[in-house]
Design a protein around this ligand. Structure first.
Ligand code: ATP
Ligand code: MG
Length: 578
């Protein structure tokens, strides 16, 4: 490709609405342009990288036995009503009515459509397992679209869905996808880590997220400093404490104390001269329409995803003032477990604690020396809190560490959630009708590109891994008005293209400095400079974008040298043991 002919509008200024570096660089390198909030056009340079990521995904999905399909973006509401998600998906789902007043949505994901397709076509165990995937546009009306294509509203996702006859098969399908994802992100050149994840809105049995480690990542991760354990903070577990052991002989007499306007943990601990650990925080939530109280130590925070999973609820949110009033007979700030009108669950942090402080369920009052069994009861103790860096690994007991990550992929074992709801059954070997066991597997294509930039850039621009670079080589004739230089540039361009490399020839009549800056900004891994002095000596200058390493080589050897360089890097990225 000739730079002079390419639609490649680079810009020097950092766009004002771009908070993270990948967003800034994608705009500045002329890869994307914003159409409107969370919706972007992809320009030629950006699309070259997108297609490379897609190609790697396709090769690995095909290699793992999945088959490519292409499903519609517009989906009928009836399918979502069958699965139960029409009600629960919320405002992220873009809903509309067609001219016949039929309700529709633009797919944010395709479990319903694929389940419908497969239930209509697959009738017996002989047609299983199947794994179908697509690379297709999704729409999610995100609350806070930001970071460019990292969290946008319209984006391309690779989504795959597996259907198996039994649990063993479903686990195998999951494992194959897990391995394929590991290969995909290695080949893309990312430093990533699979972590245990919450199954969220899509629901299901278990799941892993593939996280690209980056300080700007929106997700917090906890991982063990000693063993393999790694999990999204939403999911990260606390080791189950030893069994409940309370000695009632330690119980002190319950006291009710006037605490006017003292509501928060800080205020209560200052007022009563106790530590936050001595206080029990009582939080009222609404889980699928029902009020529940959660007790937790004053210095800990409730993890709503854990609570939702523990209760098996579809939705959990903090209760509104009127619900708090109904449950505790008092405004917010004085809730406690004694006499509360809600089911009470307690976090493990409270196990075996005696003589605690809590709200009195009466305005302006707290109690001291409250004790489990004597003064209040709980339905169950559970792991309901957010892990802290001072917690220990739930698997091996060593300290956990925190990191930040960008979720580029997600694998879920769905089980029979959708096949039951939508009656996707088959006749098994024993002649019995059974539900198919499903898995679903997503990768955000644009987010993967952005994550690669987030991880690999410097002050001058992008540092593409060879496997997804829009071009392998950029040739810069420093002065195209000099006939010899221009000719040498054209020749090398032809030779390298013939050798099967992807080459950008910067044939613009621009100053060398401008060309070098653009080459650095767009991040082409190999830069070849053709200048008057070196050319007169029969040489070219080669510079590696990532390391800054320079080499002078004879023009005659250039073709073979550059070809080996590019192919060598591609090979090492494609090597599964890389
Ligand atoms: P997040 O928690 O970041 O919103 P998610 O859990 O909703 O992600 P999935 O439903 O698992 O995401 O979607 C699969 C993949 O699609 C994600 O791993 C991510 O790479 C990509 N993705 C999801 N939402 C967006 C978005 N708004 N913009 C770009 N990519 C996205
Ligand atoms: Mg999301």
């Amino acid at each position: 490709m000739r730079y002079s002919e390419m639609f490649l509008p680079t810009v020097r200024e950092v766009p004002s609405d771009a908070e993270v570096i990948s967003h800034q660089l994608m705009i500045r390198a002329g890869m994307i342009r914003k159409l409107t909030t969370g919706i972007y056009s992809v320009l030629p340079l950006g699309y070259r990288t997108v297609k490379k990521v897609e190609q790697i995904i396709r090769e690995e999905m095909d290699g793992a036995g999945a088959q490519e399909v292409y499903l519609p973006a517009v989906q009928p509401a009836e399918l979502w009503e069958e699965s139960g998600r029409w009600k629960f998906y919320g405002k992220e789902l873009l809903r509309f009515k067609d001219r016949h007043n039929r309700e529709c949505c633009i797919g944010p994901t395709h479990e319903e459509v694929i389940t419908d397709l497969v239930r209509n076509e697959v009738k017996t165990y002989r047609q299983l397992p199947r794994n179908l995937y697509q690379i297709q546009t999704k729409f999610r009306d995100e609350v806070r679209p930001r970071f460019g294509v990292m969290r946008c509203r319209e984006f391309d996702m690779k989504d795959a869905y597996s259907f198996d006859a039994d649990e063993k098969g479903a686990d195998l399908s999951y494992e194959k996808m897990f391995k394929a994802y590991t290969r995909i992100f290695s080949r893309v050149g990312l430093n990533f880590r699979p972590v245990e994840a919450d199954s969220g809105n899509i629901g299901g049995a278990y799941s892993h997220e593939f996280m690209v480690l980056a300080d700007t990542g929106e997700d917090a991760l906890a991982f063990c400093s000693a063993c393999e354990y790694a999990a999204n903070l939403e999911k990260a577990e606390i080791a189950k404490p030893a069994a409940l052991q309370i000695d009632p002989s330690q119980f002190k007499a319950l006291e009710t104390i006037h605490t006017p306007n003292v509501r928060t943990i800080e205020e209560v601990s200052a007022f009563l001269g106790v530590t936050p650990q001595d206080i029990v925080k009582t939080l009222i939530f609404v889980a699928d329409g029902k009020a529940v109280a959660v007790l937790i130590r004053g210095d800990e925070e409730v993890n709503e995803a854990k609570l939702r999973n523990f209760l098996g609820a579809d939705a959990v949110e903090l209760a509104t003032d009127d619900i708090v009033l109904a449950a505790t007979n008092s405004p917010k700030g004085f809730a406690g477990a004694i006499g509360i009108k809600a089911d009470v669950y307690a976090d493990y942090s409270l196990m075996n604690r005696v003589n605690v402080v809590m709200g009195a369920n009466r305005e302006d009052y707290h109690v001291k020396n409250a004790n489990l069994g004597r003064d209040y009861g709980v339905k169950a103790f559970a792991d309901l809190r957010i892990v802290k860096e001072s917690d220990s690994c739930p698997r091996c007991g060593k300290p956990v560490r925190f990191a930040r990550g960008i979720e580029v992929g997600h694998v879920f074992k769905l089980g029979t959630k959708y096949s039951k709801a939508m009656k996707a059954t088959f006749l098994d070997r024993d002649g019995k009708e059974k539900f198919m066991i499903m898995g679903c597997y997503g990768i955000g294509v644009g987010r993967t590109v952005a994550a690669a930039i987030e991880q690999q850039h410097d002050a001058q621009g992008i540092l593409w891994p060879m496997s997804i670079a829009p071009f392998h080589v950029i040739i810069i004739p420093v002065n195209v008005k000099d006939e010899n230089i221009a000719k040498a540039g054209e020749e090398l361009y032809r030779e390298l293209e013939e050798a099967g490399l992807e080459v950008l020839l910067d044939d613009r009549d621009e100053r060398a400095g401008v060309k070098f800056n653009d080459a650095d900004l767009i991040g082409i891994p190999v830069r070849v400079t053709i200048g008057p002095k070196s050319l007169a000596a029969g040489n070219l200058e080669i510079r590696m974008r990532k390391t800054g390493e320079m080499k002078t080589i004879p023009v005659k050897e250039a073709r073979a040298f550059i070809k080996d360089l590019v192919k060598g890097e591609l090979k090492s990225l494609n090597d599964p043991n890389h």
